[in-house]
Each structure stands twice: as C-alpha cells, then as structure tokens.
Ligand binder design. Structure first.
Ligand code: SF4
Length: 629
C-alpha cells in the first residue's frame, strides 16, 4: 500500500473524510524525506490534516519514529484519536513517553513519612491506588494528590536495578513500551531533556529512532531555551538545606560543619545580591559581578557538602542500607547529591568567563519574594544540533506558523538548520470566512500606560463584543493592560468575562465554549494552542502588535549580538518573531471550513509604520481589510 492509498482508505473508517490537495502534497514530501533522509520544514496551516500527512509515511516506512509536540492537546489528539484510527487501517505499535515525574515511585511511596493527618490520609489513598492502577501515571489519578511531588519518580533519586520495586516500577514498565513502539509520541520538554542527557553521557532517555517529526515546531527553540535555562535562588538553597538536614542523621552529623556554614553563607549571599542588584531583572557579564568572591565561597561549601555525601554513599551507605526496606534513605541521599551538583554547576556557569564559541547570557532576578542568579545559552543551537539533529536520518519540522510569507529564514536561523522547505496553501476560504479590522489606536510607549489609552481600548472592545454578541477572544501582551481591561469590561457588559490566571486554562476554555457568548482574555500562552471551532468563537481581538518585551535578558542579548555582527536585529529577529506570533493569534479564529468571524487589530502602527506591510503579508491572504478610525 502506498501512502496515498493509505490516506484514501481512511474514507472507509472516517465518514465524510476528504483528502485535500495540500495534505497530499505534504504526505508526498514527508514520504520522500523519510525514505531518503534529510530535513524538511513544512508550514501546514490549520485544516491541512498534517498529522495524517506525516504519520502515514512514517508508519508505512517501518522505521522507528519519534513525534514530538509542544502542547498536551495535540499529544492527546494523536494518542486518543489519530493514531488509533490509523492503526485500524494498518496495525502498528505506538506509545507516549513522559518524564519521570509523571509516574508514581513505589519506593518513595512505601518510604513516605506523613507529617500531618491529611498527608496520612493521602498516603493511604495512594497506597490503595498503587495496587489498582495499570500505569501509575499522574494523569490517571483523580483527584490529584497534594503529596505527588514527594512520591513521584525522580531521575536523580531512582535506584534503578538496585530498587526492590524495579520489576513492578511504573516508569520502567512504560519505558519497555517506548522501546517496543514503532511510533513514540513525546513532548518538546522531554526531547530537550533527552538531548541534554545525550550530550552529557552519550545515551538518551528515549530509544534510538530513524525519524523525528517535530509538530508545533515553531516552539521547539523556546522549549529548548527553557530547558537549558538554569537558576539558583535563595529558595532553592533553603529547600536543598531542608532536604539534606532531613537525611539520615549519621550523614548529617558527619557533614555538620559544612552544613552550618552553608546555612549562614546562603542567606547572607542572597541578601547581598538583592542589596547590590535591586532591579527586577539585571543582565550582567561574569567579570562585572561584584559578589564573585562570596559566590565562590558558597560554591566551595557546596562542593565540600557534595564530597561528604559522596564519601558517605561510597563507604557507609552500602552496609547501612543493605536491607531493601532501607533503600528509600539511599534514594533520598542520591537525590540530594545530584541536586547539590546541579546547583553547583549553575553557580559555576554563572561565574565562568564569557566565551564567544558557546555564549551564555547571565542575569539576576530580584524581588521581595525571589532573588536568583540565572544563566542560559544565547541560543540553544548546540543542544539542538548535537542533541537532536545529528541523531536522526530524517527530520520533519511542521507547524501552522513557520514562515513569514513563505520565508523560512527566521526559523532556520533560530534552530541552526538548513533543509527543504514547503509552505502549503490553506484549505480555508479566508476571503469568505474572515474579515480583518485595523483600528487606528496608537499604543503608548512601554511604561507610559495612560487611563485615556486603557479607556479607549476598553471602549473599542465593548463595541466589538456588542456587535458580535460575545464569543470574543482578546489577546494581550501586558498583564496590567489585561487586568485594567477586565475591570472596565466587567463594569460595562453583562456577560461572562473570563481571564487567564483566574482559573486553569482548561476550565476557562470549557466555560468559554459552553457559554457561547463569553469573552476570554488571555496573555502570551493564549496566542497559540487555543482551539475553539464553531460559533463559540466569533472574533479575535489583538490589542497590540506582539513585539517581545525589549528588556527580557535573552531577547536583549540576542539583539545586541546581531548588532555586533553587523546584522539587522529588527528585520532579522524582532519583526519575524512578532509576525509569527501575530499569525498565531490570528489563527485562533478559523479552525474549520465552516467557521466564520472577524479579527480586530487595535494597533494603528500596522498602517502607519513601514513594517506594517510585512506584518500583514504574514497573515492569510485575500481577506478584506477595513480600517476603523
Ligand atoms: S525503580 Fe526508580 S522510579 Fe521505580 S520504584 Fe524504584 S526508585 Fe522508584
């Protein structure tokens, strides 16, 4: 059976299924790359049916394939709907891989010492659940448990073959399924963790595979950037000390001197950091850090503590914890040792001299509740290159937003890769289904929010809500503007105003869909991944062009680096980023061929600035544009 025949066979299983020309084109391109190797970037607008287009050739190739997604929604769609359907046409094995903390650790559960009555009740419930559950996964546990963090599996503390529960271990049983699967679904965070482990040890968490398919590939770079950002805060050290002090007393007595020193050094150090660097976020070069000597003292004490623990683990622990019912102690000690090593590495990276070959960005975060030293690679290109791109014969990266008007250079630069590109036509009739309104509102400069601007914004949003009868998603770039707008809307309209942060995202979406006339206000994460097909969503309001916050340390460092290289940061980095985000926000409106609605951009710079044209070119073409004064 060819991929095209497979696709057409779906008609027998999916009433009303129609293969679309763009889906055929993607399927053919994916088949070619999977057969002959290479990298393919495919922009597949919503409605193309991209999951079938990449999964079918992967299944037919018989090659082991990993599919990585960013959001849980898409992972659930693959595992619960798309892959089971494809498996009815042609049998194949698939599984989903999740990180350690998604699974119950039987060793931690059996060794858990409740400190309160509630914890004791929870412990009893989880012990009962452990006997009943098939998979021991957090997603199967209802209601969620407040002691989950104490009893979930953890890579650093896991005893693996030395564990008395290894044969029944939920995590390792799941891992067997990953290795046996033809097609394994993961998320970008796990892919990043796998890449990091691969770079450190030459072995990953995930099984070796021939083909990697990255869906929602527009967020791959940020997932890797998040995974490679490290920080150490006063809170981290306090927690670490608490965990260490609760370890076996024979160890804590031996390490008493260094523990006492750390208990004095750590809070004093972070007090000094806060006093010296009071700004909310302050980017800093390692040679400019004024508290280097104090940080080195702290680092030295951490190294001594780690040495004391390693020594105890090597010389005394094997005899002391030989009995299987004492292994929990061993796991806790190993976990602490790994944690100390991680904190030490972060401090070391923060202090190490700047390098041009693998540049790092360092910054200090200070607030009443948190003082932290943070460090991240300028771009996670090395992690992507060495940890991912070199390990697969064929790589397909796809998303509805990978290019700016068919130009993939931004995403290729960000990910540090070259490959074949394919920008597919949308299967939606945007000219008929959508209208675009651009309002001549001029947002104030950052930090100059005026009452007048906020009133104007709210007044226009109220008008949109009145004309559409609700069903409006309003996207913001600033939390304060969202709060101020929510207050104003609640005073002026008589329908539910749902705000990000007031309930979980899933709860807000359920209420928004069910109501049909509600207004949903969201920040950054609501610009993508919100999928509300049908009439419950009739309008999307974009309150401002989504330019990145200029003082974000990573953003600032990237802009600076491009300038130093004599390049054009605005056109090569800032504008494409904003254009892709605008496209994502716009994409919330039309989710099916029968959806209709309107998008309002409340930012007149789209009309008055030279870059406005490029932003509009990034949006689906053929839509009627109206200007509102
Ligand atoms: S093998 Fe590791 S994760 Fe599994 S029960 Fe033992 S310690 Fe926990």
């Amino acid at each position: 059976m060819t991929s095209i025949e497979f696709l057409y066979k779906l008609k027998e299983y999916l009433p009303g299924f129609e293969a679309r020309p763009s889906q055929n084109a993607m399927l053919t391109a994916c088949e070619r790359i999977i057969t002959s190797g290479g990298i393919l970037l495919v922009e597949a607008p919503t409605g193309v049916g991209k999951t079938f287009a990449y999964a079918i050739p992967a299944i037919l190739s018989g090659k082991k394939t990993i599919i990585s997604t960013n959001k849980k929604n898409l992972q659930d769609q693959l595992i619960q709907k798309d892959l089971p359907l494809l498996a009815r046409v042609k049998g194949f094995r698939f599984a989903v891989a999740k990180g350690f903390s998604n699974y119950l650790c039987l060793l931690a559960l059996r060794g858990f010492q409740p400190k309160t009555l509630t914890e004791a009740q929870e412990h009893t419930r989880l012990l009962r659940w452990a006997d009943e559950t098939e998979d021991g996964e957090i997603d199967s546990l209802a209601p969620p448990s407040p002691i989950w963090d104490e009893v979930c599996a953890d890579s650093a503390g896991c005893l693996r073959h030395e564990c008395p529960h290894y044969d029944q271990c939920f995590y390792f049983r799941a891992r067997e399924r990953w290795f046996g699967a033809d097609l394994l679904v993961v998320n970008h965070a796990l892919l990043a963790a796998d890449a990091a482990l691969w770079m450190q040890t030459g072995r990953g968490l995930l099984p070796d595979a021939d083909v990697l398919i990255v869906d929602e590939a527009h967020s791959l770079e940020s997932a890797f950037a998040d995974a490679s950002t490290q920080w150490v805060s006063r809170y981290t050290l306090e927690n670490l000390m608490r965990e260490v002090l609760a370890l076996d007393p024979r160890l804590t007595v031996k390490a008493h001197a260094v523990l006492s020193r750390l208990q004095t050094l750590a809070p004093a150090f972070f007090e000094q950091v806060r006093a010296r660097y009071p700004a909310e976020r302050c980017r800093i070069a390692p040679e400019e850090f004024a508290l280097r000597a104090e940080a080195e003292l702290l680092l030295h004490a951490l190294v001594q503590l780690r040495t004391a623990i390693e020594d105890f683990l090597a010389k005394e622990a094997p005899t002391l914890f030989a009995q299987s019912d004492q292994r929990t102690h061993l796991a806790k000690i190993r976990k602490c040792a790994a944690w100390i090593a991680e904190v030490g590495t972060t401090l070391l990276r923060f202090l190490e001299p700047a390098s041009t070959s693998s540049p790092l960005v360092r910054w200090i975060e200070s607030s009443a509740n948190r003082t932290a030293l943070c460090v991240a690679p300028l771009y996670p290109k090395t992690e992507l290159q060495e940890g991912v791109l070199t390990r697969f014969q064929s790589i397909i990266l796809t998303s509805a937003t990978l290019s700016v008007a068919g130009d993939f250079s931004y995403i290729q630069n960000q990910l540090g890769l070259e490959g074949e590109t394919l920008a597919l036509e949308s299967s939606f009739d945007y000219a008929r289904q959508a209208r675009l309104y651009i309002h001549r509102v001029h947002p104030p400069e950052r930090g100059n929010l005026s009452e007048q601007y906020l009133d104007e914004l709210a007044r226009r949003i109220v008008r949109i809500i009145e004309s559409t009868g609700g069903g409006v998603l309003v996207l913001f770039t600033n939390a304060r503007v969202l709060d101020e707008t929510a207050q104003r809307l609640r005073n002026r309209i008589d329908r539910p105003v749902l705000c990000q942060g007031e309930e979980s995202r899933a709860q807000l979406l359920t209420r928004f869909r069910a109501d049909g006339h509600a207004v949903l206000l969201g920040l950054d994460s609501f610009w993508e991944g919100i999928d509300v097909p049908g009439p419950a969503l009739r309008a999307v309001v974009i309150t401002k062009i989504p330019f990145e916050v200029p003082d974000d340390p990573l953003h600032e460092a990237r802009v600076e680096r491009l300038r130093e290289e004599g390049r054009d940061p605005f056109n090569e980095y800032i504008l494409p980023r904003a254009a892709l985000k605008l496209k994502q926000g716009f994409g919330r409106l039309i989710r099916t061929a029968t959806d209709t609605g309107e998008v309002h951009i409340l930012d007149g710079r789209v009309l008055t600035r030279s870059y406005g044209k490029r932003l509009l070119q990034a949006l689906p073409q053929g839509i009627e544009i109206r200007v509102i004064d």
